[in-house]
Design a protein. Sequence first.
Length: 450
Amino acid sequence: MKIEVNYTVLVLALTQLCTSISYGQEELFFRNWEAPEVQQYIDEGIEKYRKGDAIIRITDASGQPIAGVKLDVHQIKHEFLFGSNLFVLGQLETDALNQKYEQRFKNLFNFATLPFYWRELEPQQGRYRFGEDAEFIWRRPAPTPLVEWCKANGIATKGHALLYPKTAFMPDWTERTSWSKFKPQVENHLKQLAVNYGNDITMWDVANEEIPRMERYYEQFHQLPDPEEYLPWIFREADSLFPDSVPLLYNDGTRDVHNKLDKYMTLMRHVKNSGAKLGGLGIQFHVGDGLYGGEIFPPQKLIDAYNQLGELSVPMYITEITINGSKENLKSQAEAVRNVYRLWFATKEMKGITWWNLADGTAFGKENEAFGGLLDEQMNPKPAYVALDQLINHEWRTVFEAKTDKNGEVKFRGFHGLYEITVHYKGETKKTRLDVASDKIYSRKSWVLD
């Protein structure tokens, strides 16, 4: 019997089948997030770990409490770090686009990752591109103007990275095949960064993507010792050069953390046990389209991973995020952003979350194909940006009015951060500030009114 095949119909049928599977995976992914136990975990974690108790007490000059004083309490800054990389500050085509980029950045973020890739930072040996007079290189602006912009806008900074010795990101003049010759070059480089930025950068990625180096891409990196030797060495070296107040992070890839957790934890335990100061665990989350396959990163997988990492008692940071935001995925990107940010914000040891490329068209090479920006190429907010704005500036920001009780006090529980308090008394208004800090059982403010 002869069977005739209509290939057009067959291809169409297969396309529809693949599409239905894709939609099915996405539906499964979001259904997992809607599970009552997941939402309960997130709600309880946010309430327990992201809020603190505070007391404001108003008295007269003799120390007697004043009842009935009206207070406007407004959180003006988060303690938790919400950020993005700042790789294209001032680099867009027009002044209008640059201004919109800056405004959108400041509206959401109190934290910025700055580029310290050695290749563009010191393209010629001994000639660093630190200052405003540095030549233009896309996504690699000179760091000093970025540092000054962040200072002027109250934005904390992270340097990325002290050393990322993937050969494609390294100066051509550095030694590639001899650790004994490369090591003094590294030592000098670290000293230069410490001298120029030791008091200005809030934290550093000290090392980056060592698991991929030792497992898959060894030939793509400069010659280094095995991570068990190299990581303790570079952390001790950085610790000797940078202030004690500056956290030193190790950063690694999405699947190299979540899917190879035992290896990641073994490496981090080794660094800690060596006596090196490990100040933070950096966790990437570049997922592209893979997010919607519920079997890859369902919420329970993330919860289990972060609970296990919490056993190290080291602060955690989500350091790089890309979630597909093409026109077909705008709604699902926004939903995914809301889901994962809420889970990360609920995680006990988590201290910060960094989106990677704020706007479409500002990523590295083919990474632009994911349309992973929160803004489109005209710097207009996508639904994911709106979702994040709703979380950071509304749901997670404490604002209220109250009157002091008979003890002259207003007690409240609010999100950790800096508060401005406006006191209305005898027809006048006065302002003060209160820091509701995560390291305090109670944050207190006593204020004497004349």
